[in-house]
Design a binder for this molecule. Structure first.
Ligand SMILES: Nc1nc2c(ncn2[C@@H]2O[C@H](COP(=O)(O)OP(=O)(O)OP(=O)(O)O)[C@@H](O)[C@H]2O)c(=O)[nH]1
Length: 301
């Protein structure tokens, strides 16, 4: 028996984890294993995945499209060696991943007999589309997909959402607008094969060297006002930030910070947490990690 594998790609902050969680919410009693890759060594996404999943394995500090290909294959083999093998495996790539490398890894002929790549979903952030549409990595993620999921269309007029879906589906790839359509559970978690994926030539990963990241953690609490000042100062050069945080002003309550471009949200986080963990990503030629780290260190000082 082969286990279907669904690969979820999409740019930084596009909504990949949210898509995986929406799918898990629809998964009923199916045994689903999620493999979650964060570009940094602090794997926050692993914690954000819904607890309905059977198993969550985090692959951190690298990218499954290049440095962690071997780890990805080993993880899948370990999952398949369990007594109760998963019925589906979902891989959430990091936002900087070029899917070409992952597709090549997953076409390993030995692995293919027991785990078959069944679909590649690219999540596209509708609000980020105007900025991103000529980005080489974004385009590679789109080109590698056989399904496109549109996120963040809730505030768009129907006409604008339809135009965007039409623009994205020019290459013939089906586009699913999750704000307007029911979650297509059978498509992604059904028993039949999906429409297959596009195999790609071996090419160097597009993202290599492009991004700079800051990973920062402390056992202490920090002030909300202090963090706001740092985020505002660096906002022009931050593409993505996410973190689990404890604020001095709010003892006993943790928070999840999400920042995608200039959009920032802070919401209560109800799982136990001590201190703070934060990952911040920008273009290498714009973000000076040492300066940002120094500002963050001063918060915990
Ligand atoms: N309004 C709205 N917000 C969304 C939607 N999908 C995701 N978000 C928000 O966008 C932010 C990033 O979502 P994630 O699901 O973490 O994105 P991601 O692609 O997994 O992020 P990375 O793994 O860091 O690249 C979060 O604040 C989400 O709540 C959507 O459809 N509508």
């Amino acid at each position: 028996m082969t286990t279907p594998v669904l690969l979820v790609t999409g740019f930084l902050g596009a909504g990949k984890t949210s898509f995986v969680n929406a799918m898990l919410a629809q998964s009923g009693r199916r045994r689903i294993a999620a493999i979650v890759n964060d570009f940094g060594s602090i794997n926050i996404d692993e914690e954000l995945i819904d607890t309905r999943t059977d198993t969550v394995v985090g692959l951190a500090n690298g990218c499954v499209c290049c440095t962690l290909q071997g780890d990805l294959l080993r993880t899948i083999k370990l999952l398949l060696a369990r007594d109760l093998t998963p019925e589906h495996i979902v891989i959430e790539a990091s936002g900087v991943a070029d899917p070409a490398g992952i597709l090549q890894a997953l076409q390993d002929p030995v692995l293919w007999k027991s785990a078959r790549l069944d679909g590649v979903v690219c999540v596209v952030d509708a609000l980020d589309y105007p900025t991103r549409r000529s980005d080489e990595l974004w385009r590679a993620q789109l080109a590698g997909a056989n399904f496109i999921v549109l996120s963040k269309t809730g505030d768009l007029e129907d006409r604008k959402a339809a135009e965007l879906a039409a623009a994205l589906s020019k290459a013939g790839t089906p586009v699913i607008d999750l704000s307007r359509e029911p979650f297509p559970t059978e498509l992604f978690l059904g028993t039949g094969p999906t429409s297959g994926f596009r195999s790609t030539e071996a090419t160097p990963p597009i993202h290599a060297g492009r991004f700079a990241k800051v990973e920062w953690q402390t056992e202490k609490t920090i002030t909300l006002a202090g963090l706001q000042a740092v985020i505002s100062e660096f906002a022009p050069v931050l593409m993505r930030a996410k973190g689990l945080l404890s604020f001095t002003e709010r003892p006993g309550q943790s928070f999840l910070l999400q920042m995608v471009g200039r959009r920032v949200t802070l919401e209560p986080w109800d799982r136990a947490l001590t201190g703070c963990r934060l990952v911040l990503i920008g273009e290498r030629n714009e973000l000076a990690p040492s300066e940002l780290e120094a500002r963050l260190d001063a918060l915990a000082g």
